[in-house]
Design a protein around this ligand. Structure first.
Ligand code: ZN
Length: 393
């Protein structure tokens, strides 16, 4: 799998505005996949019914909160014609994105297969001093927990004009996208995953456990949610930066209100495996200064490129101590080799995520990526608008 294209950008965190691909990564050969060797077995519900079960709905306690499946996506291709047009970005979109049609099909299939959306915060309780304990997760009998996350929800500059939504706005109390179609007409509606999931949960309320939706991982260098809010990047360039910050904050509040949560994805999409602690510290300070004030504090960290600070061994050492001191309790790498992997320890939760994108679809279709088969039929979800190569690499 191609990770070289992404690993070339990681040291230039201050210059990422022009970077073509800030997709998050499928580090299936490095830190994350080392984990799979000792992966926790997939949890299965225990037979004991919860005391809180209603007569009509038997609740069953999930037995292992470290073994909860987690799928992640990047922004969706709204217009395959413009995204897959053969220009210099097209290969990256084919590799790291799925289309709206593909995403809707995946959602329907995971729902049909009895998955139910849960939040990482429904898996653990954290004390103020950073201690973690498992939280009881009682699901209707037959249901399986699933975390979903969306990386890089910034509508990066490089995506402009390539058939993606422009940003998120609040309209009539709902969070929707603004999107310019191929003719330049501005539309509002569900042109990316967040409002699509909101609509799906409205139609299928039992898909959401106690109101959970998903996790949104944000960098800072191109601003957030489609607003160019970064002082480092846009102080002179964006004359409306203060108004944009205000709007972004309002949108973020509406997003949280509807059940979503935010995670840090680092400010500059840095590689936590290779970056020295000092670089991690500098980057996190930027994120805390520019992003946290807009979205609120978070204890969730989603590693860019899936590049973790450790392999399968338990977390320890200076990088971990620093991240804990910054309030992070839950950490997410990438491992597409198993339906669920995680560690729930007295001071952290670590979970592997599975990328759903052109690369994983291609390998799933070739029978070389079997974890996705647990969630959906890759052949059935494939958008005919995708070229025969399926991925770009
Ligand atoms: Zn990313």
């Amino acid at each position: 799998m191609s990770i070289s294209r992404r690993t070339t950008i990681v040291s230039a965190s201050g210059l990422l505005g022009a970077v073509l691909l800030s997709a998050c990564g499928k580090q299936t050969t490095d830190a994350a996949s080392g984990a799979s060797g000792s992966a926790s077995a997939s949890a299965s519900p225990s037979a004991s019914a919860s005391a809180s079960a209603s007569p009509s709905e038997k609740l069953v306690a999930w037995t292992d909160n470290a073994a909860v499946s987690h799928l992640f996506f990047h922004s969706l291709v709204a217009d395959p014609k413009r995204a897959f047009d053969g220009d210099s970005e097209a290969g990256g979109y084919l590799d790291y994105m799925v289309t709206i049609k593909e995403f809707k099909s995946v959602l329907q299939q995971v729902y049909d297969r009895n998955y139910v959306l849960v939040s990482p915060h429904q898996l653990y309780t954290a004390t103020p001093d950073g201690g973690l304990t498992p939280k009881a997760l009682d699901l209707p009998e037959g249901k399986k927990p699933l975390v979903i996350s969306f990386d890089d929800l910034s509508y990066y500059e490089y995506m402009n004009g390539d058939g993606f939504a422009d940003r998120l706005i609040v309209k009539d109390g709902k969070v929707v996208n603004e999107y310019h179609d191929a003719s330049g007409k501005k539309l509002t509606g569900a042109y990316d995953h967040l409002p699509i999931v909101d609509e799906f949960v409205e139609q299928h309320p039992d898909f959401s456990h106690d109101g959970a939706k998903g996790v949104i991982a944000l960098t800072g260098y191109n601003g957030i949610l489609g607003y160019r809010t970064s002082d480092y990047s846009y102080k002179d360039e964006n004359k409306n930066i203060e108004a944009d910050k205000k709007k972004a904050k309002e949108v973020a509040e509406a997003i949280k209100k509807s059940g979503w949560e935010f995670a840090s994805h680092s400010w500059g999409h840095i590689n936590f495996t290779t970056s020295p602690l000092e670089h991690i510290r500098e980057d996190n300070e930027k994120w805390q200064r520019e992003v946290a004030p807009l979205i609120g504090k978070t204890d969730l960290l989603i590693y860019p490129f899936g590049a973790d600070i450790a392999k399968v061994e338990d977390y320890a050492g200076a990088k971990f101590d620093y991240l804990k001191s910054q309030g992070f309790n839950a950490f997410f790498n990438v491992d597409g080799s198993t339906p669920a992997w995680g560690q729930l320890r007295p001071n952290y939760l670590r979970e592997a995520r599975i990328n759903v994108d052109g690369i994983s679809l291609k390998y799933a279709l070739k029978g070389q990526q079997t974890a996705l088969l647990e969630f959906f039929d890759p052949k059935a979800v494939l958008d005919p608008a995708r070229p025969p190569s399926i991925s770009g690499s």
